[in-house]
Design a protein around this ligand. Structure first.
Ligand code: TYM
Length: 332
């Protein structure tokens, strides 16, 4: 809670072109809190450098991710939209919380295990302690809810453990946050290998649909999506490809998965895949249009960044100075 209001916090790394997984699992749900909650949505550039980034690209993607936040409907007047590295309190609290998080806990993080396997030549300490930075992001704003995809659940659980541990030693410091994962869309799978999560860093372009892909590309990618043997359009563990497409169609049209199965009963895969592509392209067309408009106005995006950083820093400082006082640092 901040100023008597509940708080929603989430973040997206500017580390690649965002996919419909990022959109359906997380970003689309951010706006739900805009009216009743205090909301903070960060472009988390400090997280992105845990793997090597091209500097010019990182900078460009930081603007792009902010533009996309606004394009999907997050009004900068109603939401604090900002860039993580503009608010130094994140890195400061992360150091402190590193001392309240156990090596063993971090060793159990599945994302660390996956990423260190994929980047075996660069298993840096930042990659290992990254969940502590994420805990700092969340705890700095006394967050109540964290809208995320299911792959981030373990990190929010760790955040809760860190908050509980700290609160036990220094009572009433942090709000203990709850993860909020959509029932449908919390884990969108790759179109090429439907046993794998759709990931923005996937090198196979046919595996991912980008929020900014044009209509023809979106429809082509869905037409090429891997489906399963048989021809029935229904959800089942032995039909991961079709199940994923049913989820995606359901998220974009607002129909339940049961309604989708009924709608396509007796119809073929080809027809279904085209329908999914069209539904996705229709839903994303206005986002794309708004995005390109915004990106043409860098000055405006910088104003949003500045205003967001000011608001975020104000609240972050409050929590940080409370923490500093409690642990015995001298506040001047
Ligand atoms: P990131 O940048 O990898 O992803 C951003 C959000 O998208 C969700 N997501 C998905 N949801 C459904 N299906 C998918 N295939 C899919 N892929 C990604 C993620 O779960 C995430 O919600 N560590 C975070 C960023 C972060 C953060 C935070 C999030 C930093 N600090 C504090 C919440 C709170 C990350 O790497 O997300």
């Amino acid at each position: 809670m901040l100023d008597g209001q509940k708080v929603s916090f989430s973040g997206v790394q500017p580390s690649g072109n965002l996919t419909i997984g990022n959109y359906l699992g997380a970003i689309k749900n951010f706006a739900e809190y805009s009216e009743k909650y205090k909301t903070f949505y960060g472009v988390v550039d400090e997280h992105a450098i845990t793997v090597r980034q091209n500097p010019a690209e990182l900078r460009r993607r930081t603007y792009e991710t902010l533009a996309l936040y606004i394009a999907v409907g997050l009004d900068p007047e109603k939401n604090t939209l900002y860039v993580q590295s503009h608010v130094p309190a994140h890195a400061e609290l992360a150091w402190i919380l590193n001392c309240y998080c156990m090596f063993g806990e971090l060793s159990r993080m599945t994302q660390f295990k996956d990423k260190s396997a994929r980047h075996a030549d660069n298993i840096n300490a930042g990659l290992f302690t990254y969940p502590v930075l994420m805990a700092s992001d969340i705890l700095l704003y006394q967050t109540d809810v964290v809208p995320i995809g299911s792959d981030q659940k373990q990190h929010v659980e760790l955040t809760r453990n860190i908050a509980d541990r700290f609160n036990q030693i220094f009572p009433d410091t942090f709000t203990v946050p709850e993860p909020v994962i959509p029932k449908s869309g919390g884990r969108i799978m790759s179109l090429a290998e439907p046993e794998k999560k759709m990931s923005k860093s996937d090198e196979n372009e046919n595996a991912t649909v980008r929020v900014l892909d044009d209509r023809d590309t979106i429809i082509r990618k869905f037409r090429r999506a891997v489906t399963d043997s048989g021809s029935e359009i229904r959800r089942s563990p032995d039909k991961p490809g079709v199940s994923n497409l049913i989820t995606i169609y359901s998220c974009f049209t607002g129909k339940t998965p049961e309604e989708v199965e009924a709608e396509f009963d007796g119809r073929g895969y080809a027809e279904f895949k085209t329908a999914v592509g069209e539904a996705c392209a229709d839903a994303l067309a206005p986002v794309r249009e708004k995005y390109f408009e915004l990106l043409a106005d860098k000055g405006y995006l910088e104003e949003v960044m500045k205003k967001g950083a000011g608001t975020a820093a104000y609240y972050a400082r409050k929590t940080l100075s409370k923490v500093r006082r409690k642990i015995g640092f001298v506040n001047l």
